[in-house]
Design a binder for this molecule. Structure first.
Ligand SMILES: *Cc1c(COP(=O)(O)O)cnc(C)c1O
Length: 405
């Protein structure tokens, strides 16, 4: 087979234009480094948007995936399989959850969660109890239900009519939530840290208050940990650090370390409402995905890796502060573990893309979160040398953007 030659301009000819990828095409990755078609090297602070939690091509993940490819790729849920049962056993052992539903992405995990909380309220309290409350600026995925629960109207625009019975209140505002709550609410959905919405952590007191309001009104609490989960904050899941236990937790992104998988975790009681035939996914619980995810969880859920996230957080923050003391470009540096946001000064709001492009030209992959925040979600085991080299590149990129005005 001869290989078809493709480059970045091929994208514009053959792909739906819903993305605007950077000008280069990476072809190979190892740890926190990547190389493009031209052989240019990059330091990766993006981590595939909080997905490559163990870097690129981690040797153990490669080995596990290769071993599974020789055994079994797919069955469908007409059969169960060993990797799925092992992964679910570990996730239930390590969390509050007693039951797991597997799917292929974050949006699908949330879709399952949102359907389940509606069905649970319907089964236990009646059809009137169907309202879902979530937060302004939250992000829960791109399906019609998840953009509806998400708190960013721009993602719903033009796709109406969207599912109803959903209200949004400001994040970290307990009084607003209290005013919106009543016994018609079936669930409150929240990210422990708003990820796409600008890397905004929940106050611990707010999170406790949300839990109390849910209890008072017999509503389930859903934590969307698709971005914060699987070690990102230095705990296996962020709820463990907040000291607030949800009834439902969704995971994806880092769970597969780069192999697509999503999971919804919940209690045995809530799970009863997704009885036989109520929901499903052909690929969900795929043996390849579950084998990789089991290894991801094994590798990340160790005292070493989790403590290392805290040390790396310190280094990121110190380095960003040093850049800021020279260039005065950030008004805030925040986040938890290796989910870090640096808010740009007002003159640069809406111009994050310039920093991303300049960083890429310097050989650094970076992200934004909304119009005014640079976001970093690197590998949880990124080398200190890579952090320092990446920060030197970031400083050069920032100096360049500032010089160009
Ligand atoms: C990325 C993300 C999603 C959506 O996940 P997909 O895999 O893109 O569907 C949902 N919620 C949060 C908090 C996310 O960060």
């Amino acid at each position: 087979m001869s290989e078809l030659q493709v480059n970045r301009s091929t994208f514009d000819q053959v792909m739906v234009p819903n993305y605007a990828p950077q000008a280069v095409i990476p072809v190979r990755g190892e740890g926190s480094r990547l190389w493009d078609q031209e052989g240019n090297e990059y330091i990766d602070f993006a981590g595939g948007i909080a997905v490559n939690a163990l870097g690129h091509c981690h040797p153990i993940l490669v080995e596990v995936l290769k071993a599974q490819t020789d055994k079994l790729w797919h069955l469908s849920n007409v059969y169960t399989n060993e990797p799925a049962l092992r992964l679910a056993s570990k996730l239930t052992e390590k969390t509050f959850a007693e039951r797991v539903f597997f799917c292929n992405s974050g949006a699908e995990a949330n879709e399952a969660a949102f359907k389940m909380v509606r069905k649970y309220a319907y089964d236990n309290f009646g059809a009137h109890k169907h309202r879902i409350i979530s937060f302004s600026q939250s992000f829960h995925g791109r399906t019609l239900f998840t953009v509806s629960v998400g708190g960013q109207p721009k993602y719903r625009e033009g796709f109406e009519p969207v599912p109803g019975g959903i209200d949004h209140v400001p994040y970290n505002d307990l009084a607003a939530l209290e005013a919106a709550m009543d016994d018609s609410v079936c669930a409150v959905v929240m990210e422990p840290i708003l990820g796409e919405g600008g890397v905004i952590p929940a106050d611990a007191e707010f999170a406790r208050g949300v839990r109390e309001l849910c209890d008072r009104h017999n509503a389930l609490l859903v934590f969307d940990e698709i971005q914060t989960g699987v070690g990102r904050t230095g705990e296996l899941f962020a709820y463990q650090g907040l000291g607030v236990t949800p009834d439902v937790l969704t995971s994806a992104k880092a769970l597969g370390g780069g192999f697509p998988i999503g999971a919804m975790l919940t209690t045995a009681k809530a799970a009863e409402s997704l009885g036989f035939g109520t929901h499903g996914s052909t690929y969900g619980g795929n043996p390849l995905a579950c084998a990789v995810a089991e290894a991801v969880v094994d590798l990340i859920d160790t005292p070493d890796v989790l403590a290392g996230v805290g040390h790396r957080h310190q280094l990121f923050v110190e380095q960003l502060e040093a850049i800021n003391s020279k260039h005065n470009i950030f008004t805030d540096i925040r986040g938890s573990g290796l989910l870090i946001g640096a808010e740009l000064t007002e003159a640069w709001h809406g111009k994050g893309a310039q920093f991303l492009a300049a960083a890429r030209e310097e050989g650094l992959m970076l992200l934004v979160a909304g119009p005014k925040v640079l976001r970093m979600t690197p590998s949880l085991i990124i080398d200190e040398a890579d952090i320092l080299e990446g920060m030197a590149k970031l400083e050069r990129a920032i100096a360049k953007v500032l010089a160009e005005g």
